[in-house]
Design a protein around this ligand. Sequence first.
Ligand SMILES: Nc1ncnc2c1ncn2[C@@H]1O[C@H](COP(=O)(O)OP(=O)(O)OP(=O)(O)O)[C@@H](O)[C@H]1O
Ligand SMILES: [Mg+2]
Length: 308
Amino acid sequence: MKIGILSRKASLYSTSRLVEAAEARGHEVRVVNYLRCYMDITAKRPSVIYHDFVADRNAAEEELHFDAVVPRIGASYTYYGTAVVRQFEMMSCFSVNESQAITRARDKLRSMQILSRAGVGLPTTTFAHSTRHTKGLIDRVGGAPVIVKLLEGTQGVGVVLAETRKAAESVIGAFRQLDANILVQEYIKEAGGDDLRALVIGKKVVAAMVRHAAPGEFRSNLHRGGTAEAVKLTPEERRTAVAAARAMGLSVAGVDMLRSDRGPVVIEVNSSPGLEGVETATGVDVAGQVIQFIETATSRNQKARTKG
Ligand SMILES: Nc1ncnc2c1ncn2[C@@H]1O[C@H](COP(=O)(O)OP(=O)(O)OP(=O)(O)O)[C@@H](O)[C@H]1O
Ligand SMILES: [Mg+2]
């Protein structure tokens, strides 16, 4: 098969592992920087054109054709990246995650609403436009301590633990002053600074790790000094992870959960989960399983087409 990895950098761990896994399984694979592609969206025969203007302004242009693509779209390039993925979909190319599902997953608030509707366990979470609603936001998540989260945050940077109501009110006020969108969330104290990352492919959890926060820290992000190790998930945790990925419409997802007193609660579903942490912690060949998933899914599509 011809497989395209849509990624800005071939040297990234996840990208190079996907290339390696695809080659090992006998596929023709190529890394394509989606920002160097443009597209003809109106043609009878829609196309994606690659032009490496960085290498050479006058470089030859080239139409791309793949049987399948693996989107690894950076958070800052969601809009253009998903447009490229959608264009490949128009060309009957299989995408590991559909463009729509990637867009959906990038909006944290919308994601939580979708998960809630699907009956997936979540920390109690509130959201408001006006600071006049601050009291209600805090009361409804059970009062202090609370977590205040920037909707746009990443790597733990926009996540604050407010130990008292006064602290929560100040943080909410400050963020809203800057026009930032925030969620107020029940603090899952019993998680004890651990969070779970389940790697879901298709209908299965293929690998899972627990991340421990550094001493004195409640955020378990590896960028904040957290450490990771393999973990055996309970059946309920597996079911929750698979249900979350499914509700989001993602075939490959990194589902983050906390162990709360009332069972697993999902805090995030990632559409381009990094492979380095999870492969290192668990020793599972996740990249290989992604490629295997493509093989199964495309041969199933093929059969459906010949039948129809
Ligand atoms: N409601 C909560 N209760 C307890 N701890 C939490 C809660 N929400 C988040 N945390 C801790 O803080 C960490 C960071 O939170 P979260 O994953 O929501 O934000 P982020 O990592 O900045 O965003 P992203 O995962 O999108 O990069 C989590 O990994 C978890 O350890
Ligand atoms: Mg996180």
